[in-house]
Design a protein around this ligand. Structure first.
Ligand code: DON
Length: 596
């Protein structure tokens, strides 16, 4: 009989089999250890909150409690999201409220998904040139850049389609927070201080958010009786109290009489409110390494840019290259610049502009763009020609993301049944336009500053929605939403979401490490990089390849991500708030007696 190795799977080779099994276990352990070890925790790292029931990730403790309460009373993810957003209006008024707008992606436990666009619209009197002349709006302040708010209409649509509770029920906790008062977080106190001069231009805003001209100290109580009245009025009369009634009238009156500064122009009229509609739009769906990515469609650029980047990156073995290796960071930066060039040229309000959405997110186009990347050299890129692009518009973006104290906020919720929602809401800049119409109690947005120059796809127009970077996204593995994510921070939102997705899918991080990990952002040729956790040799190699680095230390301020997810193996839900912001993720503690 010829000599041969014993076959480990047959005969008397039990010992060999044991050794091989042990080796396999050790190899798997080493692989897992390598994955975890490479997620270098930052100084503010904190683990995720876990539960088998529902989870609410926000950046407002008071609003998270409202959302959790809804889940514990049997409400679903849509109910919890609506109540949380109304509560954010009271507890985090500098970021979000019924004076602003946003986007959401909803995925029912049965796998159906939807997206709702409640972006603000420009008044009928807006033209491509409206924002060109100088004026107070150039400082992100005042009446001219207030778009018709969409948040109330968006939440109303969400509740109608997916909720089990009424608008009035969803509003009640927020009205109570506004009337009884809400503790001022340090972040709110800081933004009151940073925006005091802007708020003082408008007496109703100063009266609501400053005490004798000074910010409320952290821990003090902010009472907002006018907001409580507006919310209670809406609870009684429905959305028409806002869009067709007293509240719209108060805002329009203030448009005509509220300017205290030269150059504070206005365009908004009652007809603009009456014409407003939130819109259900088909979410964008793409694939990445076997997962399904469900994201927001135009007029946000969040979904197209995310999916185009993922298509480009799918051609590289990022896991093999290693997180925050020079190669990985190089390919991500190049993919971002490519996708960004396309975003800036093509993405705008699809009801006004022919956006080649399908082309932008097609894997074939991603492969075409990937071929432009030089592995050894950083480049800048021209927009490509995605399939179906007929746009004649010249390239051009929104005003530069120059706003250092940016705001917006995001909510990620999963309920005990597995329904999931990613919702981002905003009034644009911190404290929005800084305008509060007397008697209304909420800040008006300055969202129309997101329009671009005349002649670009994103030029202003009557009734048009400005392009956004908000990127509420749900990543599905099999049938399980493993990552429900989004963030706040203007154009930087997209990269916060991209990084979270790569960290979960490519590097196998849990969501706490995925959100905590260092980030980069390189839209057009300067790589902002949280360098504190990155090896010096990597930074040197990036510079050698021609990247211009703007080093920002351990935790850059933006984007501020909120994430939740279900572990497909165990069904455990986890949620986490970004260490870069107020942490307010709460787990549902008990199941409702009658859960719907
Ligand atoms: O829609 C957008 O992308 C922005 N208006 C969101 C604003 C924001 O996150 C604050 N930062 N600039």
């Amino acid at each position: 009989m010829p000599w041969c190795y014993p076959n480990p799977w047959t005969g008397n080779t039990k010992r060999v089999r044991k050794v091989l099994a042990l080796l396999l276990v050790l190899a798997l352990a080493a692989l897992t250890a390598a994955t975890t070890a490479s997620a270098r925790e930052g100084s503010r790292f904190h683990p995720a909150v876990e539960t088998r029931l529902g989870i609410v990730a926000t950046e407002s403790p008071a609003a998270a409690q409202v959302g959790r309460d809804v889940l514990e009373r049997g409400g679903n993810a849509a109910d919890a999201a609506a109540a949380t957003v109304f509560a954010l209006n009271a507890a985090r008024p500098q970021s979000c409220g019924i004076g602003g707008g946003g986007f959401l992606v909803y995925r029912e436990a049965n796998g159906r998904s939807d997206s709702i666009d409640f972006r603000e619209t420009a008044p009928a009197a807006f033209t491509p040139d409206t924002l060109v002349p100088p004026g107070l709006h150039k400082t992100f302040t005042g009446h001219l850049t207030v778009g018709v708010p969409g948040t109330l209409a968006g939440l109303d649509l969400l509740l109608h389609r997916y909720g089990t509770r009424s608008l009035a029920q969803s509003i009640a906790p927020a009205a109570q927070l506004a009337r009884r008062g809400v503790p001022v977080e340090q972040s709110l106190s800081d933004s009151m201080a940073a925006n005091a001069d802007r708020l003082k231009l408008f007496p109703a805003a100063a009266a609501q958010f400053l005490q004798n001209g000074e910010p409320y100290p952290a821990g003090s109580i902010l009472r907002q009786p006018d907001l409580a009245r507006s919310l209670e009025l809406i609870a009684r009369k429905g959305t028409r109290a806002f869009y067709g009634g007293e509240i719209a009238q108060r805002i329009v009156d203030d448009m005509h009489t509220g300017a205290t500064q030269p150059g504070d122009d206005h365009k908004l009229e009652l007809g603009d409110f009456k014409a407003y509609r939130s819109k259900s739009r088909r979410p964008l769906v793409g694939g990445y390494r076997g997962r399904t990515i469900v994201s927001v469609p135009p007029p946000s650029s969040g979904g197209t840019t995310l999916l185009e980047m993922l298509n480009i990156l799918s051609g590289y073995d990022l896991r093999g290259l290693g997180p925050s290796s020079a190669d990985e960071l190089h390919f991500v930066a190049e993919a971002q610049k490519l996708a960004w060039a396309d975003r800036n040229k093509y993405v705008a309000d699809p009801d006004f502009v022919d956006v080649p959405t399908a082309g932008l997110i097609s894997p074939r186009y991603g492969a075409q763009r990937r071929a432009e990347i030089d592995p050894a050299h950083a480049q800048t890129y021209e927009p490509g020609t995605p399939p179906q692009s007929s746009s004649h518009h010249k390239p051009g973006g929104s005003p530069a993301d120059t706003n250092p104290q940016a705001s917006t906020t995001h909510v990620s919720i999963i309920d005990s049944r597995g329904n999931a929602i990613a919702l981002t809401c905003t009034i644009e800049q911190e404290f929005g336009s800084a305008v509060v119409a007397p008697g209304t109690g909420f800040l008006l947005n300055n969202e129309l500053t997101d329009f671009g120059d005349p002649g670009t796809a994103n030029e202003p127009g009557p009734g048009k929605r400005p392009r956004s970077s908000m990127a509420p996204t749900i990543v599905v593995q099999g049938r399980t939403p493993v990552l429900v994510v989004g963030g706040a921070g203007g154009a930087r939102i997209i990269m916060g979401v991209v990084d979270s997705v790569l960290n979960v899918i490519d590097f196998g991080y849990d969501i706490a490490h995925a959100v905590d990990a260092e980030r980069t952002d390189d839209p057009t040729g300067t790589m902002t990089i949280e360098d504190a956790r990155i090896d010096a040799s990597v930074l040197d190699e990036l510079t050698a390849r021609g990247h211009t680095l703007a080093r920002v230390g351990e935790y850059d301020i933006r984007p501020r991500v909120q994430a939740a997810g279900i572990d497909p193996r165990t069904g455990v839900r986890s949620g986490v708030s970004d260490p870069r912001t107020d942490q307010a993720t709460l787990a549902q503690r008990y199941r409702a007696r009658r859960s719907r």
